[in-house]
Design a protein around this ligand. Structure first.
Ligand code: SAH
Ligand code: SF4
Length: 354
């Protein structure tokens, strides 16, 4: 299903300003409309009191104002909420809201499915159905914000974003870039750079273009310190092996005091040995890196296992003792298959559109 009109939520602020100037409308109206939509969550142009009738009519006529919809919701015992968000063509993606201390982090999707095909990842088994457009990435945030406001209350606000849902965000570079600009725009959703994290499996050409991307936190899905193991886990390592990956990582413009996070899925009897620790120590720069261990999450049909708690702790403690800041990610939402790597669209299981 094609959409004849471009969505209002697919424009970054500079793009909307340029568009208005081209069409003979005042440039400043773009900022006002950003305020209505993203700060006041007022999506009905009739209520935009400071916008001219002519511009409102133009927007209603020429632009798509519909938002993705929450079509299903699940609540985990630990407070994690999983949302199935439906797009205009009835494709769905999963979006997960994870509470922790004073934060409520939204784990968003960038694609329907994923083309990278990592062997440990539930999403990877779907293949790529399509990229999400910028408005569909931003739309997940808006749809969940509205849902929380309606169902939980005004106090329940999303504070952080991680691109760790379905899809490889850098494979969908332009749309994810525009969406991120809207997340960071002070007149838009107004999140600080430090509250947004992009996770990538290691698409080298796009990593080399990160100088042109808003300066958010970067997480690299490393998962192995040796090429043979990494290739078995992540077919992308055939095209871009560790040497090329680390060559590209050097080109990432890091601001002072910031580090790159390396995600490392710990799999029982596989990448949890002393030689994996040694490999990590020789690959990573201690000052500029931190490691986030993700104990492997099971899903139906997975062929790997989670290591014991003792093994996970040993792996983490040894890396910390050797001087690399290492943490273990708490598994959240696994009772509703909302943890990392367990996301897979469920439209086949649910009759959502009746
Ligand atoms: N495609 C991007 C971002 C989404 S995946 C990437 O791969 O980085 C988000 C994180 O979940 C990645 O670090 C991914 O490797 C991890 N993950 C995937 N499957 C997992 C599983 N079964 N158990 C634990 N983590 C998993
Ligand atoms: Fe895609 Fe990331 Fe899953 Fe790999 S881990 S298949 S890159 S979503």
């Amino acid at each position: 299903m094609t959409r004849p009109k471009r969505s209002l939520y697919s424009f970054s602020l500079p793009q909307l300003q340029e568009h208005f100037v081209e069409k003979g409308f005042p440039k400043f109206s773009a900022k006002q409309i950003f305020n209505w939509v993203y700060q006041n969550l007022e999506f009905n142009p009739e209520n935009w009191t400071n916008i001219s009738k002519k511009l409102k009519a133009y927007i209603q006529e020429e632009m798509d104002l519909t938002l993705p919809k929450v079509v299903w919701h699940g609540l985990s015992q630990d407070g994690t909420r999983k949302f199935l968000v439906g797009m205009h063509d009835q494709q769905t993606v999963e979006t997960v809201a994870i509470p922790a201390r004073d934060r409520l982090t939204l784990c968003i999707s960038s694609q329907v499915g994923c083309a990278i095909g990592c062997t440990f990842c539930h999403t990877g088994t779907m293949g790529l159905k399509r990229h999400l457009l910028a408005d569909e990435v931003v739309g997940q945030f808006l749809a969940v914000t509205l849902w929380l406001k309606e169902n939980v209350g005004e106090g329940e606000r999303l504070t952080n974003i991680v691109y760790m849902g379905q899809g490889e965000p850098l494979h969908n570079y332009d749309n994810v870039k525009t969406a991120t600009e809207i997340f960071l725009e002070p007149n838009g959703l107004g999140l600080s750079q430090r509250k947004v994290t992009l996770s990538t499996s290691g698409l080298v050409p796009q990593i080399e273009k990160l100088w042109d991307f808003p300066p958010v936190n970067i997480a690299i899905s490393l998962h192995a310190a040796h090429n043979d193991i990494r290739t078995e886990l992540m077919p992308i390592n055939k095209a871009f092996d560790l040497e090329r990956l680390f060559g590209a990582i050097k080109s990432i413009p890091l601001k002072a005091h910031r580090r790159i996070t390396y995600e490392y899925i710990l799999i029982d009897n596989y990448n949890d040995r002393q030689e994996d620790i040694d490999g990590l120590l020789s690959l990573l720069d201690k000052k500029e890196s931190k490691i986030n261990i993700i104990p492997f999450n099971d899903y139906p049909g997975s062929r790997f296992k989670k290591p014991s708690q003792k093994k996970i702790k040993w792996f983490m403690d040894t890396l910390n003792e050797k001087g690399i800041v290492t943490t273990v990610r708490a598994t959240k939402g696994d009772d509703i298959l909302a943890a990392c790597g367990q996301l897979k669209s469920m439209e086949d299981k649910l009759n959502l559109w009746d």
